[in-house]
Design a protein around this ligand. Structure first.
Ligand code: FES
Ligand code: FES
Length: 161
């Protein structure tokens, strides 16, 4: 076992992990942060996306030991300080960007990373950025719309679905 220490959602945490322990498992099982979902065995679905040192990462593709010393942000740390939904989360709610919600944490974390780098993405840019996030319910349309709305863009021209 190896001891790892990292900052998760602004708090220093540590734990003993095996060399094979994935960051996703460390967050879910050691830290109880079950908002980070595991939706596949093939690194395709994106339900596990978190930010590591500000970069969107599929936490099923990274070992917990590799995140030693890093700053990790998960969906649990995304709400505003007063507990209200942040602008992306609120936009997902307002534009029906989820059905079962399984993909949603990863979608929100990917959207946050996109908007940090590209604050006013086009619809096509949003669709391309979400290539690594699979949603089995929504057909993506309302997710794209929510992200466009979260960026402050007028989405009335995007047809409802
Ligand atoms: S669980 Fe990480 S990509 Fe599917
Ligand atoms: S809302 Fe169900 S997988 Fe996306």
């Amino acid at each position: 076992m190896t001891k790892v220490t990292m900052t998760v959602n602004g708090k220093s945490v540590s734990g003993d992990v095996e060399g094979r322990t994935l960051l996703a498992s460390f967050l879910r099982e050691d830290q109880g942060l079950t908002g980070t979902h595991i939706g596949c065995d093939t690194s395709q679905c994106g339900a596990c996306v978190v930010h590591v040192d500000g970069v969107a990462v599929k936490s099923c593709t990274m070992l917990a030991a590799e995140a030693d010393g890093a700053s990790v942000d998960t969906i649990e740390g995304q709400a505003n300080a007063d507990g209200s939904l942040n602008v992306i989360q609120q936009a997902f709610q307002d534009h029906h960007g989820l059905q079962c919600g399984f993909c949603t944490p990863g979608m929100v974390m990917s959207a946050a990373a996109l908007l940090k780098d590209n604050p006013k993405p086009t619809e096509q840019e949003v669709r391309e950025y979400l290539e690594g996030n699979i949603c089995r319910c929504t057909g993506y349309h309302n997710i794209v719309k929510a992200i466009m709305a979260a960026s402050g863009q007028d989405v009335t021209a995007i047809a409802a679905e």
